[in-house]
Design a protein. Structure first.
Length: 270
């Protein structure tokens, strides 16, 4: 077997968690990531017949039965992933009924996957139903997006339009816009179900007064989505109290649509 710590997916997960912590998005044990893995690739590094222990998933997702995920652990600090990946990360395989996670590697201190695991799996299922290439669900607490939910309308059209107006690249990077959930109790199946529903038509869902969920084809794309939205929110928070002399108009954004071959969410531009 190859050394799993040298697996490309492991190297990239360690780099990403470290970078997210450095950005200030994942204080303490805030935030979590799950990465859908290819079975053939996993088998290059692990004996998939050897199950360390079974962990109840806390929900049922038969559509994900048999799939493998690299996921961050509950109560684990992103800053420590690079130093002890086998403690802070785990690779699990969902049973065919989608009700149990079989631990194949990691969580060596007896820990388990993030408390947001149900929300992650439900979002994976939702994104895969509209984009078979989706592989990542990422949750974190970017300060400016979080701050924005305290002072801005949570209407999805208005929230999205504000972000689009802050940076020329925004409508190009997330033309489908940003969905928004009002505050809900985290770590529950209810917020997982609500997030999954939002994920069906957008890759970014803001949890008001809490953080954001992002999804994408790989860790780079998902990180970049959140990074772009957070940069836009930062600009907004710097200028929200000032009179706006200039702005990106709808006409300018229509020009961007044509130039970059994207289409903003229906009804979000005049």
């Amino acid at each position: 077997m190859k050394n799993i710590l040298e697996a490309p997916f492991m190297v990239e997960m360690i780099r990403t968690t470290t970078n997210m912590y450095a950005h200030g998005w994942d204080e303490r044990n805030g935030g979590n990531i799950s990465l859908l893995l290819d079975e053939a690739e996993v088998k290059e590094y692990l004996d998939t017949d050897h199950v360390i222990r079974a962990i109840p998933a806390g929900f049922s997702a038969p559509e994900l039965g048999g799939k493998y995920f690299l996921v961050t652990g509950t109560g684990k600090y992103f800053k420590n992933v690079q130093y002890a990946p086998d403690v802070n990360l785990g690779i699990v395989r969902l049973t065919e009924d989608g009700e149990t996670a079989e631990l194949l590697w990691g969580f060596s201190d007896g820990g388990k996957f993030t408390s947001e695991f149900p929300a992650h799996m439900m979002s994976h299922a939702a994104r895969l139903s509209v984009d078979p290439e989706n592989r990542v669900v990422m949750h974190c607490h970017p300060a400016n997006l979080l701050a924005m939910t305290y002072v801005h309308s949570l209407d999805e059209r208005e929230f999205t339009r504000t972000l689009w107006q802050m940076c020329t690249e925004c409508i190009v990077v997330f033309p489908e816009g940003v969905n928004v959930l009002p505050w809900m109790l985290c770590g529950t199946n209810e917020i997982g179900e609500a997030t999954a529903e939002k994920m069906k038509n957008a890759r970014l869902t803001v949890w008001a007064l809490h953080g954001i969920y992002g999804a994408g084809k790989d860790l780079d794309e998902t990180f970049g989505l959140i990074e772009t939205a957070e940069k836009a929110a930062e600009i907004y928070m710097k200028i929200a109290h000032l009179p706006r002399v200039n702005t990106l108009t709808d006409d300018m954004m229509h020009q961007l649509e044509e130039r970059f071959g994207v289409k903003g969410r229906e009804g979000f531009l005049d």
